[in-house]
Design a protein around this ligand. Sequence first.
Ligand code: AHR
Length: 351
Amino acid sequence: MNHRITRISAFLLAAVLMCGCGRGKLAADAENFSDENVSQADEYITVGFSQLGAESDWRSANTESMLSAFTEEEGYSLIYKNGQQKQANQITAIRTFIQQEVDYIVLAPATEDGWESVLEEAREAQIPVILVDRRVNTSDKNLYSCWVGSDFELEGRKMAAWIRAYSEQKGLLPEDLHIVNIQGSIGSTAQIGRSRGLANAARDNGWDLCAEISGDFTETKGREVMAALLKRFDNINIVYCENDNMAIGAIDALESAGKKVGPDIRNGDIMVVSFDGVNETALEYCRSGKISCIAECNPLHGPRVRALIEMIDHGQTPDKFNYVDEKMFSCVPGIDQVTIGDKTYRIDSDF
Ligand code: AHR
């Protein structure tokens, strides 16, 4: 690969420059720079990773997984860039990776739209792009090699099926469910899928979906949005939060307003459900009933992305879309599973 040859030359040059001055010494050191050193340099695969931000505990776990998968011991040299939730920063990062002639680009895109030009530039530079977590919306799917992540709409559908099972178990009428959706960052795959899963179920079941407002996947915004929603509506009994960090913020706002958070809607509780299952506080809330149900979103993509890169590096073509299996967590008794299509998903109460 061109880039690797360039890297070996840079490695040799650096070794020569670091060796000191005298002509004899340079020559001796150049001789000592054996084939073994060259093959070591050649073995490193350079990966530029554009992470979208650090907005949630899920994201921190995801970054950690990537950093520990792409180590020198594993044969990688990783260049990591945090996009601070701004697509413009991610586009700049990708352009920098192209200039640096990395072997692979891994992109965790903030939102789906607006990637065509920069992915075209990567293709022209013959650098394969692997998408992780969220997706991009491009008419040409060959602008990236493959994707690995969650089926976000399925997560939303599973949660809606759980809400339906709960309401049937309690004998609640569909029109008695007054739901607000605190959405993730608008235009991100996670938001689009989870919002769609709920909106379709609300339409099909006749639930009252009072409002959908973004809390940008952060605890602070989850708190702000929940406080504002309580001023607008006095009948909310289900809060669907598109991640755990927003759920923690929303619960804080609900309790500060004197509301009781829990699964007993019939007796005045406000039920909170959410996504991820990474943050320990959220899992503890789920054990105690403050969060009634969590649909898992698995962040441990580092080894998965590495396996995809290894396939490509060995001349193989991985599947285009690679979905991760995910669980559901709840301690509310009586609902052991939900069914979507012909697949049944068990609800885990021992976590
Ligand atoms: O794209 C995955 C989502 O992004 C996670 O659910 C959320 O916590 C994160 O910010």
